[in-house]
Design a protein around this ligand. Sequence first.
Ligand SMILES: C[S@@+](CC[C@H](N)C(=O)[O-])C[C@H]1O[C@@H](n2cnc3c(N)ncnc32)[C@H](O)[C@@H]1O
Length: 332
Amino acid sequence: MSLTGLAATRAPMVSTSRAKTGPGEAGDTHKPVMLSQVIEHLRPRSSGVYIDATLGLGGHARAILEESSPEGKLLGIDRDRQSLDRAARRLAGYAGRVEFHHGNFAEVKDIARHRRFGSCDGILADLGLSSFQLETAERGFSFQRSGPLDMRMDTASSLTADHVVNRFPEPKLAGLIYSYGDEPGSRRIARAIVRARPLHDTQSLAEVVSRAVRSRRRAKIHPATRTFQALRIFVNDELEALRQFVASAIGLLKEGGRLAIISFHSLEDRIVKGSLGSMARGCICPPEVPVCVCDRKKLLKLVCRKPVSPTEEEKIRNPRSRSAKLRVAERL
Ligand SMILES: C[S@@+](CC[C@H](N)C(=O)[O-])C[C@H]1O[C@@H](n2cnc3c(N)ncnc32)[C@H](O)[C@@H]1O
């Protein structure tokens, strides 16, 4: 599915002068993953200019704004309008230093230039979903809550999980569950879904998937985890957005500026590792060619060769962090 089909709506800046978030609002439980490692590698400073391309509830953004106080500036992007509004309320105290943009980070180049953030000291992407999205049943992301089969990060886009689950032909459904969920039982699951149609809520889907794979597996994760991941990635065209983001973000950094990306599964990490690795390599001419003909220049250096992982203590305190990998690159 092309990004144009899922094009995110752009919107003007969200006002930062609203009332502060009240206690107990959905998403209050969100804990920013690897916060100290992100700050250590982005090294925010007062004259710095930063982009948080996945603002979420503003946890990382708040730390960047604190560390870059009193003058550092931050542009927060999220394709989820509700998250952006909540983050704007949470970050109201930083008015004048922070801007908000509703959009897809695939378009980070245009967004940044339009917002005059075209030359940055640091860019962060913390991929996936926030606790707010998972905990809001009506968004349909969680099999632990009963909600509609929606799964759109941007509720203005047209494709929903309901459409995929109820309209896609069985082979196509099996293919996407396999490709985006790494699910070995994808064919059996697709067959069970097609037989059980129509399915309109998360828990009915989770039950159908669980029944289809239950007897075959003694897994540590819920049997519907991979299918839900696959549907979400497909509905939001997440991997293509990530490819475009990594390719453009580097071009927005000043010399010495850093890009930090936290991924949560191997499909994401493979893209981040591959794209950064290729930009760190420069010339790709075969060894037998005496003089470079490809003319590719090294654009960045990898700050750490291996991805940074959360501490054992963080994994216990915040189980969502368990699979996280942080990769950091510096613009040359
Ligand atoms: C894990 S949360 C970020 C949490 C944030 N770092 C914090 O500390 O609160 C990921 C966020 O990225 C957003 N997101 C995912 N893909 C996106 C994309 N392609 N463009 C913009 N935002 C995206 C999601 O809507 C979600 O709010």
